[in-house]
Design a protein around this ligand. Structure first.
Ligand code: 13P
Ligand code: SF4
Length: 332
């Protein structure tokens, strides 16, 4: 079925953010997704926070930087992005001739939402001499207001590429920003945004858990709060955390990032134990990103089947948002 056959479903799609079409009975979703990928000349990019079954189907599985680099090189006609909206949007910006699909358009990001473009524009105007560095977890409009983008993998390198005397605005993540200030000694002007998932970790409960597991190493993503990062043996992006777990002599780890990463950690380190860091609210699965988990196998199947929902961006916005991403990618 072609995309134009689905016009009747568009109002429904717009309301829900995904194609709510019944799944044919008796099919294997995994097998059908692989078949449709082939048929549509599509490639599946997935982030480590996706559900395990989606990670298993991915052609490219990785962190934000790796997925942006992969998106730039894609030769196939269609990119299906199993991640959140800013990631799919980034893929569209850096490879605009491709059709970029996101299984659920409502797969947003609390960090990206914490930085509305109108407010950020006014903030930027208050610091006209500053270089604007934005974390990739932001909207295309915010990227278009930036000088250079970074991810948690290359943020230190990006900051260090800016002359020492130049003032820097860093947005939207204040926690990553504080961590970078500590690591680089640079005094940056921070936007007050944060990620709900990484701010949910409980310092007291992590300390108590570490006492119960004295040989476990505590490792954390830099979106976590500074008191949590201060007690971490290693701080890094999702890929960084994975590499550290593989290389470390330790055999158990307490991991402060979204719980989806544990799937790949267990696969790469079969003899090691991974314990998700506890959150403040014991009754809540807060270490799961509710946005990331909006993508399901069913939505992925329908997304490939109907080639919807598609990321669509104005060409001027693409051009303005692409320049700071290209500057980041040029740093290697
Ligand atoms: P990474 O780039 O480290 O994978 O982080 C993405 C993200 O959204 C973290 O919350
Ligand atoms: Fe955004 Fe946080 Fe989810 Fe990452 S974990 S996508 S920063 S809400």
């Amino acid at each position: 079925m072609k995309a134009h056959d689905t016009q009747i479903h568009l109002p429904q799609l717009q309301r829900r953010g995904f194609i709510n079409e019944p799944i044919p009975e008796g099919i294997s979703l995994e097998a059908e997704i692989l078949r449709l990928k082939e048929e549509k000349n599509a490639v599946l990019l997935a982030h480590y926070y996706q559900e395990d079954a989606i990670q298993e189907l991915a052609d490219y599985l990785g962190d934000s930087l790796y997925l942006a680099q992969a998106a730039k090189e894609v030769k196939e006609d269609v990119i299906v992005f199993a991640g959140v909206h800013f990631m799919a949007e980034t893929a569209k910006i850096i490879n605009p001739s491709k059709k970029v699909l996101l299984p659920d358009l409502k797969a947003g990001c609390s960090l990206a939402d914490s930085c509305p473009p109108t407010d950020f524009k006014k903030f930027k105007e208050q610091h006209p001499d500053a270089v604007v560095v934005t974390y990739i977890n932001c909207s295309a409009e915010i990227k278009a207001l930036s000088d250079i983008v970074c991810t948690s993998s290359n943020a230190l390198r990006v900051i260090e590429s800016i002359p020492k005397e130049t003032p820097i605005i860093f947005a939207p993540d204040k926690n990553l920003g504080r961590y970078l200030i500590k690591e680089t000694g640079r005094d940056m002007i921070l936007w007050e945004g944060s990620c709900l998932v990484h701010e949910a970790f409980s310092f007291d409960r992590i300390v108590a858990l570490a006492q119960e597991h004295p040989t476990a190493e505590f490792i954390a993503h830099p979106e976590s709060e500074s008191q949590v990062l201060d007690i971490a043996k290693y701080v890094g992006s999702t890929s960084g955390l994975l590499n550290y777990a593989q290389e470390s002599q330790a055999t158990s780890f307490i991991v402060a990032t979204e719980a989806g990463i544990l799937h790949e950690m267990k696969k790469r380190c079969p003899g090691k134990t991974f314990i998700p860091a506890p959150v403040e609210d014991e009754s809540c699965a807060c270490s799961e990103c509710a946005y990331m988990k909006l993508n399901t196998l069913e939505k992925l199947y329908n997304c490939l089947r109907f080639e919807l929902p598609e990321i669509q961006l104005d060409s001027q916005l693409i051009a303005a948002a692409k320049a700071p991403i290209d500057r980041m990618l040029a740093l290697g």
